[in-house]
Design a protein around this ligand. Structure first.
Ligand code: NAG
Ligand code: NAG
Ligand code: NAG
Length: 580
């Protein structure tokens, strides 16, 4: 009895296999995992700017175009040649999108991912526009903290309460037993309370380190503010965050990115002037490699490491290759030329209007930068340098030019991060030298008022955030957020680049520099991908590329451009829904 059953079962299995082979296309024929239909797909691909359907297989785009084109695939079979075959088959998931807008997954060209994830859990002073509120938020944190533990946080912007810089005495009376460190939103200065100053031995006798300033009272006492590399007098005293905290921060950050439609980030790590370059390497080992080997990666990351550690990156690429997995790409190296506008440390030709002896800070000596850039470039590494002031940008353009003439022409895609304020002629030089301008549209919302008071109306109007001029000079614009300096929010950034209207302004800041929707979206997708050498894999919805895309809440292209109400409805990475 049992034997018969077994025989019949075996025959059934054999028949099923034979029958299946006969009438179902061979498993190697491309059946789609997912088909999108009736969408308004913006592709970022010049050869087919819009489509309404897309088929995805194995995480990549199989076909894109109109539905009748996408649904039928002519494939070669070992017996029949050119037989028509439906792309959709058993198990294919269909998404009928009812005319919704779909865009490529956004590539955020400049984030500090783990730092951002840590900041989410700390004192958040972003948007605070009164001293009282500043103090209240710190007080709240102190009440929840153990005596002696550090109160950390930041995101404050003194321009929001009229410009006065905070001083230790603002918080000393409520923080007698806790050291405090609150970084400014730009990360280029921070406020320490008196406990923290004492702990780290910063006093009226401390000297300013090169590339940094200890702010002092008229009497020479430190006020609590430390600018750029002066921060390195204090930061080593803050206990290192645990591996677990950093891993959790990374996961929080990845989820936030997906929620905003970001599927790839270029991560510049926890690296600021005054911060040890070791941190980036610790994060790589403790967080990224952990996440990659345990299946915790949710977004793609392209990693940049401190320029001074370029030989280490070169060794790593030698060992593992540039593509560590479909999630992790080893990008290149980064350094700083200057500080920031908000901290009066961006380097300009003319002094700050509100600080007439100050031209800003050159954070790294140009000879050192040149030597390290020359060697990294010779080894094939991509170099990105932070430059905000007009003089800093020119210094780096000169330096890049010298490296190009020394090492010879090649596709190197040198980057300048921020490129905020440019002297006449600089946009053309970006173009001639093929230097990528990695810029953050949302910074212009924060900078609009301070640029007028720090640079004067005339300078601020002539050379700030020259997106359209850069494009007109054939410069590769790569958009990003600089999160957590600004929010990670590409839809917001796209609108800012189109409108350039800061809060409480009626008109655009330099209207002639507004971008079209098309240009802004490209700067956040294909152009950003090109800027980090990932354009063969992602950045546009083109056949063969990774199926990273975002479904928006709107079905109207015009509404999307005009209104602030469009949001991210779903984010797909490699053809799989990752949010919500
Ligand atoms: C669909 O796309 C194909 C290939 O691009 C094209 O040949 C065809 O004319 C299109 N059909 C319609 C109805 O637009
Ligand atoms: C530094 O401060 C201490 C006490 O706060 C004071 O006694 C000393 O005179 C100051 N020194 C200088 C050089 O200002
Ligand atoms: C740059 O490199 C040259 C040659 O190796 C060396 O002589 C010079 O001291 C270096 N300069 C700096 C600032 O590191």
């Amino acid at each position: 009895m049992r034997l018969y059953a077994l025989v019949w079962a075996s025959i059934a299995v054999v028949l099923a296999v034979v029958f299946r082979a006969w009438w179902i296309p061979s498993p190697s024929s491309p059946v789609a995992d997912l088909v999108l239909r009736n969408a308004v797909i913006f592709t970022s691909d010049e050869s087919l700017p819009f489509a309404d359907s897309m088929a995805v297989r194995n995480g990549r785009i199989l076909r894109i175009g109109n539905y009748s084109f996408v649904k039928v695939l002519h494939y070669q079979h070992h017996v029949t040649i050119g037989q028509a075959h439906e792309v959709a088959g058993y198990g294919t998931k269909h998404l009928h999108l009812g005319g919704k807008v779909v865009v490529p997954g956004f590539v955020d060209s400049h984030v500090h991912l783990i730092f951002g994830g840590l900041q989410i859990m700390r004192v958040d002073l972003r948007g605070v526009n009164q001293k009282d509120e500043f103090v209240r938020k710190v007080k709240e944190a102190v009440m929840n903290a153990k005596e002696g533990s550090w109160i950390l946080g930041g995101g404050w912007n003194n321009d929001l309460w009229g410009g006065e810089l905070p001083v230790a005495s603002w918080v000393d009376h409520i923080t007698a037993y806790n050291p405090v460190w609150l970084s400014r939103m730009d990360g280029h200065m921070g406020l320490a309370n008196s406990v923290a100053l004492k702990l780290s031995g910063i006093s009226n006798l401390s000297e300013d380190p090169e590339g940094g300033t200890i702010m002092r009272t008229v009497g020479g006492e430190p006020t609590g503010l430390l600018i750029d590399s002066a921060m390195k007098l204090l930061l080593p005293w803050i206990p290192e965050v645990s591996v677990n905290e950093r891993r959790e921060a990374f996961l929080r950050a990845s989820n936030l990115a997906l929620m905003r439609g970001v599927t790839t980030v270029v991560d510049f790590g926890r690296y600021f002037p005054g911060v040890s370059p070791e941190l980036s390497w610790e994060d790589f080992a403790d967080v990224y490699q952990w996440a990659d080997t345990t299946g915790k990666m949710m977004i793609r990351v392209c990693l940049f490491f401190p320029l001074e550690t370029w030989t280490r990156l070169l060794d790593l690429i030698g060992k593992m290759g540039r593509v560590i997995s479909q999630w992790i790409y080893l990008g290149g190296v980064k350094a700083f030329a200057d500080g920031s506008l908000g901290s009066n440390s961006a380097l300009f030709y003319e002094p700050y209007v509100d600080d007439p002896h100050n031209y800003g800070l050159q954070v790294t000596a140009i000879g050192t930068l040149f030597n390290m850039t020359l060697s990294s470039d010779k080894s094939g590494l991509q170099v990105a340098i932070h430059a905000i002031g007009d003089r800093a940008n020119d210094l780096i353009l000169d330096m890049y030019e010298l490296v190009v003439s020394t090492n010879g022409m090649r596709d190197r895609r040198f980057r300048i991060e921020h490129a905020q304020h440019l002297a006449p002629g600089a946009t053309a030089r970006f173009g001639q030298l093929g230097v990528v301008a990695s810029v953050q549209p949302d910074h212009l919302l924060d900078d609009a008022n301070s640029a007028a008071s720090k640079l004067g109306i005339d300078r601020a109007q002539k050379g700030s955030y020259l997106f359209r001029s850069l494009l007109a000079s054939n410069v590769q614009l790569a958009f990003g957020s600089d999160w957590p300096v600004a929010d990670i929010n590409p839809l917001g950034g796209v609108r800012t680049a189109m409108k350039r209207i800061p809060p409480a302004w009626n008109d655009a800041w330099i209207p002639s520099e507004c971008l079209t929707l098309n240009d802004a979206l490209k700067a956040y997708t294909i152009s950003a991908a090109r800027a980090c050498f990932l354009d063969k894999e992602l950045g546009s919805l083109s056949p063969g590329k990774l199926a990273d895309f975002v479904i928006l809440s709107t079905d109207s292209w015009d509404d999307f451009a005009a209104e602030g109400s469009t949001s991210v409805e779903a984010t797909y990475v490699a053809g799989l829904q990752a949010y919500p």
